[in-house]
Design a protein around this ligand. Structure first.
Ligand code: G3P
Ligand code: CA
Length: 223
């Protein structure tokens, strides 16, 4: 079962920062999960929200700032994070904005060609299923395999139908949607289940009892 650090190790360090990814690696995660948006100059920035209001000292949309301005506010680029992680963990990239998809794929290609990353050390997840469709078509055309994860917070059966359609690797449901029956259904269709965001000891016991394949937690050392 994969131990996946949510936004790095969000329970211990500011989310989606290099410090948070370092902490997750120190806690021996198998994978780190992070979120991406575009900067005004087309760089892929690692930040959860569409605005910088909650996590920095400034306000406004991520897309209104250049990569160098965002970096000064402590927001890393995806390229920096990939270099920093340096193959020590799988990276689960959650695409928060459809238009970021081609550049995310380019960065993965660059890492494989220049830094000896393997495609199977990347996963791409999204609530924007069109982005996953784009990844799947790209992989098919280029004969490569990057795992896709279908995120859902409401509809396991719809996610299953879509996962079958795009030949996804995993279904990533909100943990409260899970029960023994739907876990069996997803597994019998050949999908891994990576569930989020599971933080309390009771909730961790619950999802472990269901035999999920990965748990995404702010406190990855509790998994
Ligand atoms: O990838 C799982 C989880 O991160 C999805 O929700 O809002 O934390 O990005 P959110
Ligand atoms: Ca996320």
């Amino acid at each position: 079962m994969l131990k996946i650090g949510h936004r790095g190790a969000k329970g211990y360090k500011p989310e989606n920062t290099l410090a948070s990814f370092a902490k997750a690696i120190e806690l021996k995660v198998d994978a780190i999960e992070l979120d991406v948006h575009n900067s005004s100059d087309g760089e892929i920035m690692v930040i959860h929200d569409t605005t910088i209001n909650r996590t920095t000292t400034k306000t406004g949309f991520v897309s209104d700032y250049s990569a160098s301005e965002l970096k000064q506010l402590g927001i890393p680029t995806l390229e920096e994070v990939i270099q920093f992680v340096d193959k020590r963990a799988i990276i689960n990239i959650e695409i928060k904005e459809l238009s970021a998809t081609p550049k995310v794929l380019q960065l993965i290609e660059k890492s494989v060609k220049e830094q000896d990353w393997k495609y199977n050390r990347f996963q791409i997840s999204s609530f924007i299923w069109e982005a996953l469709e784009e990844v799947s078509q790209y992989c098919h055309s280029n004969k490569i395999e990057i795992s896709t994860g279908v995120l859902t917070e409401a509809a396991i059966e719809k996610a299953l139908a879509f996962a079958i359609q795009i030949k996804a690797h995993s279904i990533n449901p909100y943990f409260k949607l899970l029960n023994a029956e739907n876990v069996t259904l997803l597994h019998s269709n050949g999908f891994k289940i990576y569930t989020w965001t599971v933080n309390t000891p009771e909730d961790l016991i619950f999802v472990k009892s269901l035999n999920v394949d990965g748990i995404i937690s702010d406190f990855p050392d509790r998994i």
